[in-house]
Structure formats: structure tokens, C-alpha cells
Design a protein around this ligand. Structure first.
Ligand code: DQA
Length: 151
């Protein structure tokens, strides 16, 4: 079965508690359930992780190489700081969709630059947790098109 990998960076374990005015009331467990439902509707396997440790995130990205069909990543604050995650995503050679729950472009200027966007095929920001579902559905559509089915 084709697998998608959903990766979440620092502080996303605090979803539901952290700045609910910005990120909403859903928890990370709720996001995981949404992603699993979306993947199962599309007949895709899904792996879902969150970490507050950059090295762990880089290891998961490396391990995706040759193994998963796509990475959906919400890198949290590493979006704006991490050249190492940027380089790891290039090394993985797996298509990437970057997701942000909030619309980073209407927030502080330091959230406007993303090291990840430079290596992502698409970016979703401001769709709330539905952004993850949109990313999974997009990968499913692309995979069907590659397999010669109806997009
Ligand atoms: C975020 C936006 C980032 O700027 C922030 O550091 C996060 C969450 C989002 O999902 O909107 O931790 O990636």
C-alpha cells in the first residue's frame, strides 16, 4: 500500500491548549484522526509523527527516502529557521507539501520567510487543520494521475 508521512514540528503537541485564538481548539490527536480518515478514504497508508527535537525530525525525513510517496509537513517554527530541515527534505527526494494551520503571511514578519517552501511542491496556510486533509487529498489525486487513473 502507498504510504504518506505526516510530520509535525515543535509545540504542535500543545495544539488545543496553545493560542487557541490562532490555532483553534483541536488537539494533535484530533488532527491525527482527521489525517487517518482522509488517508483511508483514499486507500493510502499513513504515518503520523510530532517531535520537539530537530534531529529526530531530520531522521524521520531521511527514513522517508525511497519508502513513502509524499511528506506533509508542518515544521512549526523550524519553518522559519532550519536550513537543516530544508537540506534533509532535498536529500529525501520525496515530494513535500508544507502546511500551516494559521495564515503565516498575515502574522509577524519573521513568519513570512520559509526555508521549507523553497523545497515544497505546494504550501497551504490558513486553512486550519483542514490544510492537512487538503494536502493528503492532493497527493492522492497526483498518485492516481501517475497510475493512469482518473484524477
Ligand atoms: C505554524 C506557524 C509557525 O509560524 C509557528 O511557529 C507554529 C505553527 C502553523 O501551523 O500555523 O508553530 O506552523
Amino acid at each position: 500500500m502507498t504510504t504518506l508521512l505526516v510530520l509535525n514540528g515543535p509545540n504542535l503537541n500543545m495544539l488545543g491548549l496553545r493560542q487557541p485564538d490562532v490555532y483553534g481548539r483541536e488537539t494533535l490527536a484530533d488532527v491525527q484522526a482527521l489525517c487517518e480518515q482522509a488517508a483511508s478514504r483514499q486507500d493510502l497508508a499513513l504515518e503520523f509523527h510530532q517531535t520537539n527535537h530537530e534531529g529526530q525530525m531530520i531522521d524521520w525525513i531521511h527514513q522517508a527516502r525511497g519508502r513513502v510517496a509524499g511528506i506533509v509537513i508542518n515544521p512549526g517554527a523550524w519553518t522559519h529557521t532550519s536550513l537543516a530541515i530544508h537540506d534533509a527534505l532535498i536529500a529525501a527526494e520525496v515530494p513535500v507539501i508544507e502546511v500551516h494551520i494559521s495564515n503565516v503571511h498575515r502574522r509577524e514578519a519573521f513568519r513570512h520567510h520559509s526555508y521549507v517552501s523553497l523545497v515544497a511542491k505546494a504550501v497551504l496556510a490558513g486553512f486550519g487543520t483542514h490544510g492537512y486533509v487538503l494536502a493528503i487529498d492532493h497527493f492522492a489525486r497526483e498518485l492516481r494521475a501517475q497510475q493512469g487513473g482518473d484524477a
